[in-house]
Ligand binder design. Structure first.
Ligand code: RP5
Length: 177
């Protein structure tokens, strides 16, 4: 059932999923949909699922332990509050994990950020910005990693950057777009 106050589900491009997007709750989708959308825009196949470190720990372990064998190359994990999902996921997979701190209602995402960023030496999580910018950039970073071995994706990235630069240069006057 789709929650009315949430963005609609985003269909993955066809093909074997290369990126796994997980999040601790349905309530994270408004943030994490940014990661799914940029992957979809670049034509990168992904899987997307609610997996909670606290409410479904066995599911998290199953997901993380089988991710590489299932063909995933990168995992994006978003969570809010006591945000243990990215770190626990990273502890169970050799794949790179990108952590997105979801903006919480009580502490504005500081709790999420500090829970994700302060990993102990020896288990790495790449931590992004709090909120939608972090989710978008996690997707973008995953694309950049995949583009190291994918010339077509690299060309798409070049075009994305060039368009972004052109847009800024074409609109130098604040307030006039
Ligand atoms: C975390 O708790 C989730 O990642 C979410 O950001 C937060 C709140 O979850 P809900 O109570 O909205 O399900 O596990």
């Amino acid at each position: 059932m789709t929650q009315t106050n949430q963005p609609a589900p985003i269909a993955s491009p066809a093909g074997a999923p290369k990126v796994g997007i997980i999040m601790g709750s349905q309530s994270d989708w408004a943030t994490m949909s940014e990661a799914a959308q940029i992957l979809a825009d670049f034509g990168v196949p992904f899987v997307c699922e609610v997996v909670s470190a606290h409410r479904t720990p066995d599911k998290l372990f199953d997901f993380a332990k089988s991710a590489k064998a299932n063909g995933l190359q990168i995992i994006i994990a978003g969570a809010g509050g006591a945000a243990h999902l990215p770190g626990m996921c990273a502890s169970q997979t050799p794949l790179p994990v990108l952590g997105v701190p979801v903006k919480s209602s009580t502490l504005s995402g500081w709790d999420s950020l500090l829970s994700i960023v302060q990993m102990p030496k020896g288990v790495a999580v790449g931590t992004l910005a709090i909120g939608t910018a972090g989710a978008f950039n996690a997707g973008l970073l995953a694309i950049q990693m995949l583009a190291l071995h994918d010339a077509q994706l690299a060309a798409q990235l070049d075009a994305f950057r060039a368009k972004q630069t052109d847009t800024v240069l074409a609109n130098p006057t604040p307030g006039i777009i």
